[in-house]
Design a protein around this ligand. Structure first.
Ligand SMILES: Nc1ncnc2c1ncn2[C@@H]1O[C@H](COP(=O)(O)OP(=O)(O)OP(=O)(O)O)[C@@H](O)[C@H]1O
Ligand SMILES: [Mg+2]
Length: 341
């Protein structure tokens, strides 16, 4: 990832009647990064991406995209060839059932004005990237949802754009379909592509994205790396997973013992800073967030108390979920759902 900006949104807003779908968005996308765009239903993700694609016009504000000379150009000026540098997958891709990927992709290349001699190469390359080569001449009617989604990706990248704008490319896919798309995204990143990716799947976002932007009711509420976002959480939580569940009669005693021993390393005044979770099985602990405290708590549980610990962390997805929910709730409480001018 470089620090070179390739897309810049400045005070970007979109109003649909009395609804501010996107409200004064300021955001930059950097070359080579995968930028995750997350937010609840109706937050404004697709609207933002559609404005970037020129499918709908902003109510106010500016979108600039770099050109090949490295200058940022306002997309209102409709610079020639600009959209050839971008590949879009917005909404579920829909293709006629009776045609083949080969026909669709060739048609698309011709629309983009690619010369005949490179079209064949481009089509084969795009199908190879999305692992669909063997389906090149099969009719789309026979395809699964995951295959149609991957063909949509092939269409977005067949002209070899520098930037890919992908609106929920994994939604509705089964786990193996999601893994396949995740691998494709990682492959594209290695090729140096910049990817602006919206998703509801926080696990997928945390696996592939360099930075995350959270949007709620049109407002940008966070934009940072996952690690920096986690550090902004006021409560630091760890999960201590045990090899086997505690006996029911032991739970209160053990929890109280842990509380007494680690109190000094936990948040001042936090109630229930140690709780037992029988499903995990293990303990949820809210501590004061310093690395030294984490080390001490670990020593107390594993060495002093000799608890059979098999894991001592909180997985990234649940941390990201906590953060996401706390930021969205905070924004909802602050703005009370009122329309903002
Ligand atoms: N053409 C339109 N006319 C009126 N309202 C619209 C239009 N398009 C979107 N909206 C509204 O704008 C808001 C933002 O919608 P958008 O589709 O951008 O959300 P999203 O973040 O993509 O949500 P989802 O996660 O459900 O895809 C929603 O309240 C939606 O109903
Ligand atoms: Mg959407």
């Amino acid at each position: 990832m470089s620090n070179k900006t390739i897309v810049k949104f400045t005070n970007l807003s979109k109003r649909f009647h009395d609804l501010m779908a996107v409200n004064n968005l300021n955001l930059e996308i950097y070359e080579g990064e995968i930028l995750g765009f997350v937010g609840p239903n109706g937050a404004g993700k697709t609207t933002t991406m559609k404005m970037l694609g020129g499918l709908i016009k902003p109510t106010s504000g500016k979108i600039e995209i770099y050109n090949h000379n490295g200058d940022l150009i306002d997309i209102k000026k409709k610079p020639a060839d600009l959209f050839k540098q971008i590949g879009f997958l917005i909404d579920l891709p829909a293709f006629y059932g009776q045609v083949t990927p080969n026909q669709i992709l060739r048609y698309y290349c011709r629309l983009l004005g690619l010369s005949k001699d490179i079209i064949e190469k481009r089509v084969d390359w795009a199908l190879d990237v999305v692992e669909m080569s063997k389906w090149k001449n099969k009719i789309i009617k026979e395809f699964s949802k995951g295959m149609v989604q991957r063909l949509g990706l092939a269409q977005a990248l067949v002209h070899d754009p520098d930037l890919l704008v992908l609106d929920e490319p994994q939604t509705g896919l089964d786990p193996s379909g999601r893994i396949l798309v995740r691998n494709i995204l990682q492959k594209l990143k290695k090729m140096g592509k910049t990817i602006f990716l919206s998703s509801h799947l926080l696990y997928e976002i945390s696996e592939v994205c360099d930075r995350i932007v959270i949007i709620n009711r049109g407002n940008l509420i966070a934009a940072d790396t996952l690690i920096n976002l986690e550090q902004k959480m006021t409560k630091k939580q760890i999960q201590c997973e045990l090899f086997e569940p505690l006996e029911f009669s032991q739970v209160d005693k053990v929890v109280n013992e842990i509380r007494n021993k680690i109190e000094q390393y936990c948040e001042n005044g936090a109630k229930n800073f140690v709780t037992y979770d029988e499903v995990l099985p293990g303990f949820n602990i809210f501590y004061n967030g310093t690395p030294l405290s984490l080390k001490k708590i670990h020593e107390i549980l594993s060495i002093d108390m000799r608890l059979p610990i098999v894991g001592f962390s909180k997985d990234r997805t649940s941390r990201l979920e906590d953060l996401y929910i706390s930021l969205v709730d905070e924004d909802d409480n602050k703005n009370g759902g009122e329309l903002k001018e």
